[in-house]
Design a protein around this ligand. Structure first.
Ligand code: ZN
Length: 324
């Protein structure tokens, strides 16, 4: 296994589910001096960026912007994220346009941006926390009305549940996650050399190739989703399917489940509605790939360093090298 981590998959907080239903405890944590806030404007997170090559999630202390934080725990626009090993509690807080202006005036290096734009620059732990907050807020904002009776909903359980305000209904809604499978398909060429299948979508940066992926359908096992997507997109029949790792992907509400898939066939039959191209590559070819975003490199390029696709490819590369 290569010594690499998966971005967005390194949340070190204890989520402290037991406090979500304890309003007194939540109030106490909200008022603590050591509490930190991951501040968001819609789907944009407050980031500290001193230059184009650096970015970190700005986790604000109460004193930094105390005039803008409600004194008491608000009943909306927040999520209790959990507690760090040092005892500090973390909340996600949504702010309005007026507050945004005031927060940006605190530090000229602050900006609200989509964390995916800087995902490859963020440290694993705070990127995981910011992705978690973003996913929860997206879910809250997408579900203002009860899907049973149409009444408004209120936030409960520290922002982790939505409850219908109609006393005759009181339906509870919990966050939904849409699973997607992503798979590195491997085989051997006619000389017996290991090869893997990478493809690209038409809207990706020029030259970028990555592993195939697709959403899991209702009533489908993960393994079958790998087999179906591989056949639909590239016409490849799959035998053995092995789970490798998962990457939370709350952009807006998914999780990527990474697999290694052994191809039973190698002849490609591409679905142009799904992918623009796919090809089999040897290790030597992949080692010639440029890095994502390198506009000076005119050939094939790797997917983003913060993606599980890259993780799966790096893992395959390291295994082939070990076997040489
Ligand atoms: Zn209802």
């Amino acid at each position: 296994m290569p010594n690499i981590k998966l971005q967005y998959a390194d949340l070190t907080l204890d989520r402290c589910d037991q406090y979500r239903t304890d309003q007194y405890k939540l109030q106490q944590l909200w008022r603590q001096q050591s509490t930190r806030f991951c501040v968001m404007q819609n789907q944009h997170t407050l980031i500290l960026s001193e230059n184009p090559n650096s970015a970190q999630v700005a986790l604000l202390a109460r004193d930094t912007f105390k005039e803008l934080i409600p004194k008491e725990l608000p009943s909306r626009d927040l999520v209790f994220l959990g507690i760090a090993k040092n005892g500090s509690a973390f909340f996600g807080l949504l702010v309005d346009d007026d507050s945004v202006k005031q927060i940006l005036s605190i530090n000229s290096d602050y900006q609200f941006i989509d964390i995916r734009q800087v995902g490859n620059l963020l440290d694993y732990t705070t990127a995981s926390l910011a992705a978690y907050a973003r996913g929860i807020f997206y879910w809250q904002q997408q579900n203002p009305f009860c899907n049973r009776c149409g009444s408004t909903r209120q936030l409960i359980h520290g922002g982790h549940s939505l409850k219908c305000t109609n006393q005759d209904c009181q339906h509870l809604l919990f966050p939904r996650i849409e699973p997607a499978v992503i798979m590195l398909i491997e085989s051997q060429d006619k000389d017996g050399k290991p090869i893997c299948l990478l493809g690209r979508s038409a809207n990706w940066p020029t030259g970028t190739y990555s592993t195939l992926a697709g959403f899991v359908e209702i009533g489908e096992s993960l393994e079958d989703a790998v087999r179906r997507e591989s056949y639909e997109e590239a016409g490849i029949r799959i035998g053995e399917v092995k789970y490798i790792a998962a990457q939370p992907w709350p952009f807006p509400s998914s999780i990527m489940l990474g697999f290694r898939a052994k191809a039973l066939t190698t002849e490609l039959k591409l679905d142009p509605n799904e992918i623009e191209d796919a090809q089999w590559f040897t290790l030597e070819q992949i080692l010639q790939f440029g890095t994502w975003g390198d506009n000076m490199h005119s050939g094939y390029k790797m997917p983003r360093t913060d993606s599980i696709a890259r993780y799966l490819i790096d893992l395959w590369i390291s295994e082939q090298r070990t076997e040489i």
